[in-house]
Write a protein that binds this ligand. Structure first.
Ligand code: NAD
Length: 474
């Protein structure tokens, strides 16, 4: 007899494990299946985010930032730190410890909340049965009233630059180099390319990023992308736009690249190549015959606005469905589905999902860009304010960047906020709240912001929408 659950979740990434905890909190008998193994070969909950994504990359970004600052910004504070060295093994070891702490933390939360974990590969069968195949090949079947598919995404592989885990790597490989590569090639100037390219650049790599699109950071607001390009160039990150890789050959300990750029065909030799050209929804082998669950042309599970697949009791959340591939979006979908299953009103507003790129300066935004407002024929006005005129930013020696608020020209409702600068990953939260509460630029402008803080840039940008910023000419 198959063990019976109220909810069985396939995948324990940030979408799946959060759904499991919320479902269990709501009194539902919950199981969560995952087959991810950590570096020690043991089960590791948390999916790509905790094991090879958000958390480990932030650990390395922080270590590399400290090292970079030693050589580049300590001097202005009157601090000299000559001959600073970085021990890459210690840095990677610290990252691994953090990952273990957090993956272990989820196992503990499962225990506290009485979520039953299954270590193995989950496959949805007909009639809401789920087959679990353990690492030794043994199988068992679970029966559920509801199944949530939360199988995430995997890096896209280029046929002419296949991952070998040693010279040509994905994000996971680029988090585990045992020494700083002298020359690092990166394919794709997206979120991963910029974040991990920054890590190794700060540690001394000669980094070249090859990006197929002619525009830099096409998803961001154009003004933000322009400032980002200027700041990254100052740091020595070489970014070639409109460049298409055609060949990557491993020769000895080198990777020989052939690509076509603006000036024709070019060659580049690097020691490591990171391919970061996006991720694809992972649903391979997850859907058994006759389940009725549909996937789209990109392999994503088709769902409605409530993450329902259209098949009774079958839901899907996170990277394996439409919408941005962001951990926090997946987590909120997990919560919403658990609540809907429990008879509550779960909902996720995809229009106010914040984006963050953890480079230096950081980049963050919520809502529409100016280009999107134009494309949608929405009349708008903007106000912006530079961190160079914010006392706290200058005191921190972090004057780069600005905040831009876009508001409806007639109603003043905030349509988008775009930030580049120190700690904007935190500042964007205020803007999300304002948008979620359908706030206007005047609302933001009338709120008291602590002085001296970086948040004053948000305040002044909002004031600037109506040309009443205090600390700049309007
Ligand atoms: P991405 O979509 O952010 O960027 C991929 C880039 O590669 C794009 O600019 C694309 O134009 C370019 N590209 C595609 N094919 C190419 C080719 N053949 N040659 C050269 N360039 C090519 O994808 P990513 O950086 O791989 O990240 C994957 C996913 O993970 C994204 O959806 C991202 O949102 C998510 N992620 C988010 C964060 C964060 O929120 N801070 C961090 C890491 C990853």
């Amino acid at each position: 007899m198959a063990e019976q659950f109220d909810v069985v979740i396939i995948g324990a990434g940030p979408a799946g494990y959060v759904a499991a905890i919320r479902a269990a909190q709501l009194g539902l008998k919950t199981a969560c299946i995952d087959d991810f193994k950590g570096k020690d070969g043991k089960p590791a909950l948390g999916g790509a985010c905790l094991n090879v994504g958000c958390i480990p990359s932030k650990a390395l970004l922080d270590s590399s930032k400290q090292f970079w600052n030693l050589g580049h910004s300590f001097e202005v504070h009157g601090i000299s730190a000559k001959d600073a060295k970085i021990d890459v093994a210690t840095m990677v070891g610290r990252k691994d410890k953090i990952v273990k702490q957090f993956t272990g933390g989820i196992a503990m939360l499962f225990k506290q909340n009485k979520v039953t974990p299954y270590f193995g590969t989950g496959k949805l069968l007909k009639d809401r049965q789920v087959e679990v195949t353990a690492a030794d090949g043994s199988k068992q079947t679970l029966a559920a009233i509801n199944v949530i598919i939360a199988t995430g995404s995997v890096p896209i592989q280029l046929p002419f630059a296949k991952f070998d885990g040693k010279h040509i790597v994905d994000n996971a490989g680029a988090l585990d180099f045992n020494e700083t590569p002298k020359r690092l090639g990166v394919i794709g100037a997206g979120v991963i390319g910029l974040e991990l390219g920054s890590v190794w650049k700060r540690l001394g790599s000669d980094v070249t990023i090859i990006e197929a699109l002619p525009d830099f950071l096409a998803a961001a607001d154009a003004d933000i992308a322009k400032t980002a390009a200027r700041e990254f160039a100052k740091q020595g990150l070489r970014i070639e736009l409109g460049a298409k890789l055609s060949k990557a050959e491993v020769k000895g300990n080198e990777v020989h690249l052939t690509y076509t750029g603006k000036d024709g065909e070019k060659q580049l030799v690097v020691d490591k190549l990171l391919v970061a050209v996006g991720r694809r929804a992972y649903t391979d082998g997850v859907l058994g015959d006759g389940t009725g669950v549909k996937t789209d042309e990109r392999g994503r599970v088709v769902v409605d606005e409530h993450n329902w697949t259209g098949i009774e009791g079958i839901w899907a959340v996170g990277d394996c469905v439409r919408g941005p591939m962001l951990a926090h979006k997946g987590s909120e979908e997990g919560v919403a589905v658990a609540e809907i299953i429990a008879g509550k009103d779960g909902h996720v507003n995809l229009d106010t999902v914040p984006w963050v790129i953890y480079t230096e300066p950081e980049i963050a935004w919520v809502g529409k860009t100016e280009a999107q407002c134009k494309a949608d024929n929405i009349p708008y006005k903007t106000g912006s304010f530079p961190f160079a005129a914010i006392g706290r930013a200058v005191a921190m020696n972090e004057p780069a960047g600005f905040v831009k608020v876009i508001a409806h020209a007639e109603t003043d409702r905030i349509l988008g906020v775009h930030l580049i600068g120190a700690c904007v990953s935190e500042l964007v939260a205020e803007c999300v709240v304002a948008m979620e509460f359908k706030g206007s630029s005047e609302d933001l402008a009338r709120i008291v912001h602590a002085h001296p803080t970086l948040s004053e840039a948000v305040h002044e940008a909002a004031l600037s929408v109506d040309k009443r910023a205090i600390h700049k000419a309007n």
